[in-house]
Design a protein around this ligand. Structure first.
Ligand code: PLP
Length: 396
């Protein structure tokens, strides 16, 4: 198939839910991807913060190939070595006690919502409410798009599930007013991703912890985008020292192989009994082997430290561009390799022009250029992006 045939087939047979760029990607290597015409791009989108190790990472490829040759799937009716290793590693890394392996971020959040509701009801039958922050993003299933406090994801889908409420992000007084004896959980992204790389003030997560503790509500961190060393620590909450009762993961966990997880303390997980939750594919040995390889690479390749160092280098470079183009750029912010650059105008054409020049980036919340590359990039890869951005911004 050539590019036109691929696009025509998708147009005819694929549900029309995405606006796509007219590019057919075929393969990648490290932080680069190639399209069907052979054009090379440096990948600062990384599948939306997914390809932590870049493309075709030898360790990840070998782990997947080896596991595929042994067993791709079996039912959760049986134990597997791969799932046992993964849940032990995630529990030890996070300090939480129990783990459920799902297939995506939305599914991980669905599981977390179910667990929080069930826990809340053990305290009081009315304690069912789930509170989430404005501008959050938690997924596209009915419960998670209801949790996602943005009408654009909800239009035409009512009646929505009940028992969800919202509060302004980064405002402890508002959170305190929102939390009540009916609140089973408060779900927070330690840094909001889709909402625009929004970083709360120092002390915000600590304050949220205190408000939840005072009222008996659970604190849930959605680390689907921020987790797995993205922000320079394995989990973003580790920058603050505030531990959640439940945490959700996905995106980078499998390095590109679909997988999600929710983790909880023993006290909370104890309300789940046999039959309360499940998944046919969740925790299959292929996905778990991939996640185990990702965890091994994060440790052996020092990716927490590299994300921190390259993130600082990238922010320095972007800050230089901000000084050069003050009429276009108002702020550079981020943690590790989750970096946003706020524009004074919509960023859509800048994304398209970067693509034209050989760099994949995206724009979120309308005017925030977002950079979430693989965590194993080096300074040369950062310089390459900065040169393309400079050229594109100069032409605006
Ligand atoms: N939570 C956060 C913070 C996310 O950024 C996303 C996806 O962007 C999700 C949940 C949903 O994950 P998925 O698309 O894997 O369902």
């Amino acid at each position: 198939m050539n590019a036109d045939q691929v696009m025509a087939a998708e147009k005819q047979y694929y549900m029309p839910v995405f606006t796509r760029y007219p590019v057919v990607l075929t393969h990648g290597s490290g932080p680069y991807v190639y399209d069907i015409t052979g054009k090379k791009y440096i990948d600062y989108l990384a599948g939306i913060a997914v390809n932590l190790l870049g493309h075709a990472h030898p360790g990840l490829v070998a782990a997947i190939a080896e596991q595929a040759g042994k067993m791709i799937h079996c039912s959760n009716f049986y134990y597997t070595v791969e799932q046992a290793k993964l849940v032990e590693s995630l529990a030890k890394l996070s300090g939480l006690d129990k783990v459920f392996i799902a297939n995506s971020g939305a599914e991980a959040n669905e599981g977390a919502i179910k667990l929080a509701r069930k826990f809340g009801k053990t305290l009081n039958p009315d304690r069912v409410e789930i509170l989430t922050a404005e501008h959050c993003f938690h997924g596209r299933t009915l419960a998670t798009l209801t949790a996602t406090a943005q009408p654009k994801y909800q239009e035409g889908l009512d009646p929505l599930p009940q028992g969800f409420g919202h509060f302004p992000y980064n405002d402890l007084a508002a959170l305190k007013r929102a939390v009540s004896a009916k609140t089973s959980a408060v779900i927070i992204e330690p840094i909001q991703g889709e909402g625009g790389v929004n970083i709360p003030d120092p002390g915000y997560l600590q304050g949220a912890r205190e408000i939840c503790d005072a009222s008996g509500a659970l604190l849930v961190f959605d680390e689907i985008q921020t987790g797995m060393a993205r922000t320079g620590k394995m989990f973003a909450y580790q920058h603050s020292g505030v531990k959640p009762d439940i945490m959700t993961l996905a995106k980078g966990l499998g390095g590109g192989v679909p997988i999600g997880a929710f983790l909880a303390s023993d006290k909370v997980a104890a309300v789940f009994h046999s039959g309360d939750h499940g998944s046919t594919f969740g925790g299959n040995p292929l996905a778990c082997a991939a996640a185990n390889a990702v965890l091994a690479a994060i440790a052996s390749e020092g990716l927490e430290a590299n994300a921190q160092a390259m993130g600082e280098y990238l922010q320095q470079g972007l800050t230089g561009l901000k000084a050069k183009y003050p009429a276009l750029i108002t702020e550079v912010r981020g943690a590790g390799l989750m970096v946003g650059m706020k524009l004074t105008r919509p960023g859509k054409d800048i994304v398209e022009n970067c693509m034209e020049q050989g760099a994949l980036i995206n724009c979120t919340a309308g005017d925030i250029l977002r950079f979430v590359p693989p965590l194993n990039i080096n300074k040369k890869h950062v310089d390459e992006l900065l040169a393309i951005l400079d050229k594109v911004l100069a032409a605006v």
